[in-house]
Design a protein around this ligand. Structure first.
Ligand code: FAD
Length: 427
C-alpha cells in the first residue's frame, strides 16, 4: 500500500458527498502499522457493502473508505413481499446514506463501470477513477436476461420479477390490484442458487393472503424449477391450513418454466401452458455485472471466495460479499450479507495491518411472513472448512406443530429484525 495513490481525477461535488469526518480522513494520515494510510473502495451500498464500509471505519478510523453506490436511496428487498400484498408501503423500505457518511465513509453516488485488478483502480461512470489497496465488491444480483427464453427487459415490464425492490415491486402490486376477481396468478420460481431461498414462497403466501381477502375467486399457481425449498414443510403446512387456492407444482411434476410469452402473459412448461392475469417471473440470476468486469465471477455467474477473508479466488486484493459471492452452505440473504460484511471488514483491516485474519463463525436467520400474524423462521450457523463455508453446530427451523401464538410472535420478531438490521446499516 502507498500513501501517494490518489483518485486519478477529483470526483465532482455533485457525485461525492463527504461527511465532516470523511473530509478529515482525507487530511494527512497518521501511519498505520505498515506505515501508510490505506484505501478501501467498496462497490455497492446494500446490506453487504454499506455494512462493510461502516464496520471498516469503526475498526480503524484511519482507513480511507469510499462507498460507490448507484442510487442515493436504497430500497430494501426484505419485507417487499408485504408491499406487493398491499400490507406495507414502499417508502418504509427506503433508506438514505446520511448516517453512513456521518460514520466517516466517503460516499460516491455513481455507478462503478470498470475495475482494473492489475492497476488496482475502479473507474466510475463519470470517468473518475479511484485507486484502492483492497476492493470490496458487494453489487448484489443481476438478472440473467439470457436465462429464460422470452424473458428480457421488455418482458419484465409486463411480467415483473420484483426481485430487485423498487419500481418492479410497485408494478407487481398494481397488477394484482387491477386484476379481476377470478384471475390466475402465476409465480415462476428459479433453480438454486438465487437471492433469498425462502423469498418466492413467502411471496406466494402473501399474494395468496391478498387473493383470499380481496379476490377470493382467484387462483395462484407456483411453478417451480426445484423439488425442495427452504422451510418447505412449514410453508406447505401453512398453505394447507390457510390457502386452498394456492397450488405448488414441483420440478418432478413438470413445474419448471421453459419459456414465457409476454404478449399473452403465457408461462410455458414442458407439459402445460398457463395464461396468467398476473405473471411474476423470478428468473435465473447471477452476481451484479461489475463482478464480471472485475473478472471475479466464474462460469456459474457467481464469485468464488476464500471462506476466511472473502477474498476472490480469482483476483487478489478483491473481496466479494453478499449475494454476489458463492458462500458454500450460507444462503443469499440480507442477514448473511450483513454478517459477511463484518467478517470481511475485520479480515481486510487485519490484512492491511499485515496481520493474520481470525477464523470466523457466521450466523444467518431468515424470517418469512406467511400471513399478518403468522411467521416462520430458519436459522443456520457456518464455519470455514477446506476453503468454503460449511454448516456449523446450531440452527434449525420453527417447530412444525407450534401454536398460533408462536406463529404470531414470530411475525412480530420478523418486524423487529427488519427494524434492527436497517437501523444498524443505514440508521
Ligand atoms: C422478495 C425478497 C425478500 C427478501 N426477504 C429477505 C428477508 O426477509 N431476510 C433476509 O435476510 N433477506 C431477504 N432477502 C434477500 C436480501 O434482499 C438480499 O440477500 C440482500 O439484499 C443482499 O445484499 P447485497 O448487499 O449483497 O445486495 P443488495 O442489497 O442488492 O445491494 C447491492 C447494491 O449494490 C449497488 N450496485 C450494484 N452494482 C453497482 C455498481 N456497478 N456501482 C455502484 N453500485 C452498484 C446497487 O445499487 C445496490 O444498492 C429478500 C430478497 C427478496 C428479493
Amino acid at each position: 500500500m502507498t500513501q501517494t495513490r490518489r483518485f486519478s481525477r477529483r470526483l465532482t461535488r455533485r457525485d461525492v458527498m463527504k461527511s465532516a469526518a470523511a473530509a478529515a480522513a482525507l487530511l494527512p494520515m497518521p501511519a498505520l502499522a505498515q506505515g501508510a494510510a490505506s484505501r478501501v473502495v467498496v462497490i455497492g451500498g446494500g446490506f453487504a457493502g454499506a455494512s462493510c464500509a461502516r464496520a471498516l471505519k469503526a475498526l480503524d478510523a484511519r482507513i480511507n473508505v469510499t462507498l460507490v453506490e448507484a442510487s442515493r436511496t436504497f430500497t430494501a428487498c426484505p419485507f417487499s413481499n408485504l408491499v406487493i400484498a398491499g400490507m406495507r408501503e414502499l417508502s418504509k423500505q427506503q433508506f438514505g446514506y446520511d448516517k453512513v457518511a456521518a460514520a466517516g465513509v466517503t460516499m460516491a453516488f455513481t455507478t462503478a463501470s470498470a475495475v482494473d485488478p492489475q492497476a488496482k483502480s475502479v473507474t466510475l461512470a463519470d470517468g473518475n477513477r479511484l485507486a484502492y489497496d483492497r476492493l470490496v465488491l458487494a453489487p448484489g444480483i443481476d438478472i440473467r436476461w439470457d436465462g429464460l427464453p422470452g424473458y428480457d427487459e421488455a418482458a419484465a415490464n409486463v411480467m415483473p420479477h420484483a426481485w430487485k425492490a423498487g419500481e418492479q415491486t410497485t408494478l407487481l402490486r398494481r397488477q394484482l390490484e387491477s386484476m379481476e376477481d377470478g384471475g390466475l396468478v402465476v409465480i415462476s420460481a428459479p433453480a438454486n442458487p438465487f437471492r433469498c431461498p425462502p423469498g418466492p414462497y413467502e411471496r406466494a403466501s402473501l399474494i395468496a393472503y391478498y387473493l383470499k381477502t380481496k379476490k377470493p375467486k382467484s387462483k395462484l399457481i407456483v411453478l417451480d424449477a426445484k423439488d425442495a425449498f427452504s422451510k418447505q414443510r412449514l410453508f406447505q403446512n401453512a398453505w394447507k391450513e390457510l390457502y386452498p387456492n394456492l397450488e405448488w407444482v414441483s420440478l418432478s411434476s413438470g413445474g419448471k418454466v421453459t419459456s414465457v410469452e409476454p404478449a399473452s402473459k403465457t408461462v410455458v412448461t414442458d407439459f402445460s401452458r398457463h395464461q396468467a392475469a398476473v405473471a411474476n417471473i423470478i428468473p435465473p440470476q447471477k452476481a451484479g455485472h461489475i463482478a464480471d468486469l472485475a473478472q471475479v465471477a466464474d462460469r456459474s455467474g457467481w464469485c468464488p471466495v476464500d471462506a476466511m477473508t472473502f477474498e476472490s479466488k480469482q483476483r487478489p486484493n478483491i473481496h466479494v460479499i453478499g449475494d454476489a459471492a458463492i458462500m458454500g452452505a450460507m444462503p443469499k440473504s440480507a442477514f448473511s450479507a450483513n454478517a459477511q460484511a463484518k467478517v470481511c471488514a475485520a479480515a481486510v483491516a487485519k490484512l492491511l495491518a499485515g496481520e493474520k485474519p481470525v477464523e470466523p463463525r457466521l450466523i444467518n436467520t431468515c424470517y418469512s411472513v406467511v400471513a399478518p400474524d403468522y411467521g416462520i423462521t430458519v436459522a443456520g450457523a457456518y464455519r470455514p472448512k477446506d476453503g468454503v463455508l460449511v454448516d456449523a453446530e446450531g440452527g434449525g427451523v420453527s417447530p412444525i406443530d407450534a401454536p398460533a401464538s408462536t406463529r404470531a410472535a414470530e411475525a412480530k420478531y420478523a418486524d423487529g429484525w427488519f427494524n434492527t438490521i436497517t437501523t444498524e446499516v443505514f440508521g
